[in-house]
Design a protein around this ligand. Structure first.
Ligand code: ACO
Length: 430
């Protein structure tokens, strides 16, 4: 028997019935689409603390148990056995690709990595110290000016071309942003290299000498990308969906997602974690720092800790911490003082009642910056790396939304607390 909820207005006694909808796993959701008609009221849930904004088949998180599934597959298994491009197809298409499918996808991504020369010209308009996220969000939005003949969102082939273009070209755009900040020439993509090796080459090679790609670094990057590829309806994905729900072109929607990701409460946390570790300086200063974090009057947070959904270990943080050990060891950087500091900080915080009582655990970004640093990626590029990986998820969610024949424009309502109707006053009477 299907479950139902009754909502009663305790003043008027009026009741309304709302059906509960069950997903395959996870809590039921209460369908309140008839609430306003029945009760003349809206729901109020700032920050979406208890609101499922959409139905989705892509990613499942159980925040209490620390579970993360992409299309049903545990992220731990994908991290161990898969690779980023396979995970991208899984997220977008819903199934693990067959051999011919992954070969065709990889080939298509490899052959779409070059960007239009005119698009590269945009970088010259940015100041040399522009933040790479500012450049990336602007250049992604400007891609719409180049591909307007393949942007009919109702055409599945156009959607596929967009998906391949954005996944293929984002590393090239990111590398161009980085090279611009260095004042170095852009390095063109190489089709003989795999996705992450090609990215490292575009980031670090220079025309005047050969660049040896470190396979350990490329493998670490690939793993980080798998872990960052999707995370259901997070702030940037919800932004992509909301922007996309207007029917705008997909490049505009992804650019909106890049901008949302930039904030320190979201993807910008990886950059903020290393700034925080620098400011703490040494293990001896941890207690002093944590007292500031716990002081309500001091606006300091333990960056890389806490999550809206996870009230347990973020499964990605565990994998990344183990990876830190391996990567630093393999790269001969095992005496990394920032890693030592972060391990100690985690250990102390996890025994502290402030963090225990609030269920604050390390999130995906507590350790990711340490690996990026070990790979030679500068801090200002950390969130860009996150954006490249999350593009797979953004594309999957955008595709899922626009291919739904019942897609509606996202249009939330509000609790209005401004002035009631009043009459315009001439300037001399104000
Ligand atoms: N340091 C100190 N206290 C914290 C932290 C933190 N990192 N995170 C939450 N708290 C405290 C809050 O002060 C609050 O305490 P109170 O109940 O005494 O007022 C309580 O824990 C609940 O926190 P909220 O901010 O209400 O939780 P919310 O779900 O809104 O925020 C967020 C989640 C934004 C991730 C938060 O934990 C945070 O700011 N963390 C640091 C930034 C960060 O690492 N972001 C990356 C998130 S993962 C990602 O996007 C990839």
């Amino acid at each position: 028997m299907s479950k139902k909820y009754e909502l009663k207005n305790l003043t008027s006694g009026k009741t309304s019935e709302h059906k509960a909808i069950s997903g395959t796993i996870g809590p039921d959701v209460i369908d309140i689409s008839n609430l306003t008609k029945e009760q003349g009221a809206f729901t109020f849930d700032p920050g979406f603390m208890a609101t499922a904004s959409t139905e989705s088949k892509i990613t499942f998180i159980d925040g209490d148990a620390g579970v993360l599934l992409y299309r049903g597959y545990p992220v731990e298994q994908l991290a161990e056995k898969s690779n980023f491009l396979e995970v991208a197809t899984l997220l977008i298409n819903g199934t693990l690709p067959t051999k011919p499918e992954i070969e065709a996808f990889t080939d298509s991504i490899t052959r779409h990595t070059m960007v239009n020369e005119q698009l590269l010209g945009f970088f010259r308009g940015f100041h040399h110290d522009a933040h790479p996220m500012a450049m990336v969000s602007a250049v992604v939005a400007s891609m719409a000016a180049f591909y307007h003949d393949t942007m009919h969102i109702g055409d599945p082939r156009h959607r596929e071309i967009f998906a391949h273009r954005i996944i293929a070209k984002l590393p090239t755009i990111a590398a161009a942003a980085y090279k611009h900040t260095l004042g170095q020439p852009f390095i063109y993509p190489r089709n003989d290299l795999r996705y992450c090796s090609n990215m490292m080459n575009m980031f670090f090679a220079v025309p005047c000498e050969p660049y040896g790609i470190d396979p350990v670094a490329a493998e670490a990057l690939d793993l980080l990308f798998i872990l960052h590829a999707d995370h259901e309806q997070n702030a940037s994905t919800s932004t992509v969906r909301l922007a996309g729900s207007t029917g705008t072109n997909p490049y505009a929607a992804i650019s909106a997602g890049v901008s949302a990701l930039w904030g320190p409460a979201h993807g910008g946390a990886n950059e903020a974690v290393l700034d925080m570790l620098d400011s703490i300086g040494s293990v001896a200063n941890i207690d002093k720092f944590l007292s500031r974090v716990k002081d309500k009057n001091d606006n300091v947070r333990l960056m890389g800790f806490g999550h809206r959904v996870y009230k347990n270990f973020d499964p990605r943080a565990k994998i990344i911490r183990d990876m830190c050990y391996k990567v630093l060891q393999k790269m001969g950087k095992s005496n990394n003082p920032l890693f030592e500091l972060s391990l100690r900080l985690e250990e102390i915080a996890l025994k502290d009642d402030y963090f225990v009582s609030r269920k604050l655990y390390p999130n995906v970004d507590f350790y990711s910056g340490i690996i990026y640093s070990a790979l030679g990626i500068p801090r200002s590029m950390f969130t860009v790396m996150f954006a490249i990986a999350r593009t797979a998820g953004w594309v999957a969610h955008w595709q899922e939304m626009v291919s739904d024949p019942n897609m509606k424009i996202g249009r939330p309502r509000q609790l209005y607390t401004g002035p009631i109707k009043r009459d315009y006053q001439p300037i001399e009477k104000r």
